[in-house]
Design a protein around this ligand. Structure first.
Ligand code: M6R
Length: 615
């Protein structure tokens, strides 16, 4: 939520910052702004709406040249998306400019205090208090980093702050608590951003900032301290993807590109996991096998699409390990006083590694003594940093707000965790594990095959663009797939879409079925547990008898469904547990096409942001 950029170096700060904001716009797009140090003062512009509005403003009225600056793209929390509420925020003298991601919980008290000292605050935001406090602190400390430390010690809540001061040329200062901030290390130039994507066109060398740290950037380097002023340890790393990975690469949207990236993302996530002797290695899993052998319960926590991956993981983990496994919405988890102890393994799934609900659940789990394993796509982000172990997915940057390739790679990672636990706990033989790994290695080709047959799905989506409701039903692992299909349609097409366990239809939802209502049915394989297949074929007949227009997703060779399918989408045959890896793909394509046909912008759906860093 909110993307922030800071720059000091030899290039035009306006150009570098605005280009960085373009890469971060997925984080929020309610308003955008930029400020640069120029001619001994501060110059800036900010505009409500998408970044395009700011770019237009800067084209009409360019800022004076300057090499130090900050910028922001906003997902509104305090105050509506107006020009005045857009960041950067300044102090009354217009000497300090601040951008912020997060929520300052004690802002009302601070605002009152500042008003009492004669400060006039122009916006409705929590951020503006920081600009005023910083100006005051700087006037006594004479040093921007020290002023920032003093201010941070007074703030409650989650905040990443980046600031410049007209009296401190060639200096950018940032602070981080509970929201992401990374330093980019260039040659004679330095960057600060919510995400490495903002500066990847300039450098792939980065420094992770830890919790409660302040960083001071000059052109030649970074100095990091804690909020207490003591020097802090930092972790430098090299980003293993380049600027082209964060571009659309000829696709009309990032979402289409990311759907198409899935075969590679799955293959990359599987790469190097099994050695010549057939033993599975998850190198980033730093919890000793002896402790994993003592685990007596697994709890999966996640939000949104990652939660759906977690629901599917429950089937795999229980099947492979025979350990009880629960999947919980991270936002509900800590409020119900869950039963956790040192024998509980908590698996936190998050693409961004920054989702506040999941982070808070991770902290709660660790406080209760549980071990936490993160499944994450973002190197150096907060959730893996605060977990006992991490298994990285290798999906590459996911820019579109709707999660696609991250979901498939989360599933792969979950299957690997299940197999790894099975291996070290001895519930699966080596050859059984090798069989599943071999089946997983088939998935990139199978996803490729699905992607090659999507034209009828796109045509169907376009034909349904004027409908109000689409329902999705599935059984077993097809149920979370149904939920994921419905979530994609809600967030992209702004339609009423709901997913149900097919067996639940008769307990209420079947009353929704009306003449012509589209119902997408995810059909399990007729091989394996045929009882599941038979049951869902009966469900299809029940809904069709009540007028539904059935869209049936079934594996090749499943002829039993043909008489009941108004539209039939074929997927390759996979083992039951792996079917979500191929069955989800048509639903992503369907939602993307339907949303586009309705004129919606698929990469940046209304009211949403990619990374949800507020609770
Ligand atoms: O970064 P995370 O995986 O923690 O994000 C969790 C959800 O916010 C995310 O999956 C969200 O539901 C997506 N927009 C769905 O497409």
């Amino acid at each position: 939520m909110c993307g922030i950029v800071g720059y000091v170096g030899g290039q035009s700060a306006q150009d570098v910052v605005v280009a960085g904001l373009k890469r971060l716009e997925y984080r929020g797009y309610d308003s955008a702004g930029v400020a640069v140090l120029a001619d001994g003062g501060l110059a800036g512009a900010k505009k409500a709406g998408k970044l395009l509005n700011l770019e237009k403003e800067l084209k009409d009225r360019p800022l004076p040249a300057g090499n130090t600056g900050v910028g922001h793209t906003r997902w509104a929390t305090h105050g509506g998306p107006t020009d005045v509420n857009a960041h950067p925020h300044l102090d009354n003298a217009g000497r300090v400019a601040v951008v912020h991601n997060g929520i300052i919980e004690n802002f009302a008290a601070l605002r009152e205090e500042l008003a009492g000292r004669g400060h006039e605050l122009a916006s409705e935001t929590d951020t503006e208090v920081v600009a005023h406090l910083l100006a005051e602190a700087y006037s006594s400390a004479g040093d921007l980093a020290e002023a920032m430390r003093q201010v941070c010690r007074r703030l409650h809540g989650a905040f990443t702050l980046v600031a410049v001061h007209a009296d401190a040329p060639d200096t950018v200062v940032g602070a981080r608590r509970n929201s992401p901030l990374v330093v980019g290390v260039g040659d004679g130039e330095m960057f600060l951003a919510s995400d490495v994507a903002a500066f990847i066109a300039h450098t792939r060398d980065a420094i992770e900032l830890g919790q409660d740290q302040v960083v001071e950037l000059s052109r030649d380097g970074a100095t990091v301290t804690g909020f207490d002023g003591l020097p802090a340890d930092v972790h430098a790393y090299h980003v293993d993807w380049d600027a082209s990975a964060a571009e659309k690469g000829g696709y009309a949207s990032f979402m289409l590109k990311e759907i198409a990236d899935q075969p590679k993302a799955v293959a990359d996530t599987l790469l190097g996991r099994i050695d010549a002797s057939g033993t599975l290695h998850l190198d980033e899993v730093r919890i000793p096998p002896s402790e994993l052998r003592e685990v007596d319960k697994v709890v999966i926590i996640a939000c949104g699409t990652a939660f759906h991956a977690g629901m599917i993981a429950k089937y795999a983990i229980e099947h492979v390990t025979r350990l009880p496994c629960e999947t919980e919405l991270a936002s509900e988890f800590r409020y119900r006083d869950p039963i956790l102890d040192r024998h509980t393994l908590v698996v936190a799934i998050s693409q961004s590694g920054e989702t506040m609900d999941t982070l808070m659940a991770v902290r709660h789990a660790r406080e209760q003594g549980a071990k936490v394993l993160a499944i994450c796509n973002t190197n150096g982000s907060t959730i893996p940093r605060e977990s006992d172990a991490v298994l990285y997915t290798h999906a590459g940057p996911e820019v579109a707000v709707a999660s696609t390739k991250a979901f498939l790679t989360q599933l792969v990672a979950c299957y690997l965790v299940a197999l790894y636990l099975g291996q070290i706990r001895g519930t699966k033989w080596g050859d059984e594990i090798r069989t599943v790994v071999r089946q997983l290695s088939e998935v990139p080709r199978q996803v490729e095959q699905v992607l090659g047959t999507m034209e009828p799905v796109r045509a169907l989506a376009r034909s349904l663009a004027d409908r109000d409701t689409v329902l999705f039903v599935g059984r077993h692992v097809g149920y979370p797939v149904a939920l994921e299909g419905a979530l994609k349609l809600k967030e992209l097409a702004y339609m009423h879409a709901e997913g149900f366990a097919a067996g639940e239809l008769k307990h209420g939802p079947i009353a929704l079925i009306d003449e012509g209502l589209p119902v997408v049915v995810i059909v399990p394989s007729p091989r394996g547990r045929s009882v599941l297949h038979d049951k869902i074929v009966s469900n299809i007949q029940e809904i069709r008898a009540r007028g539904a227009r059935t869209v049936v997703i079934a594996e090749e060779g499943d002829e039993a469904v043909v008489p009941y399918a108004d539209h039939l989408i074929r997927i390759p045959a996979t083992p039951t547990l792996l079917q979500p890896l191929v069955a989800t793909v048509p639903l992503q394509v369907f939602a993307c096409e339907l949303a586009t046909a309705r004129g919606n912008e698929v990469d940046q759906p209304r009211n949403l942001a990619k990374s949800v860093t507020v609770e």
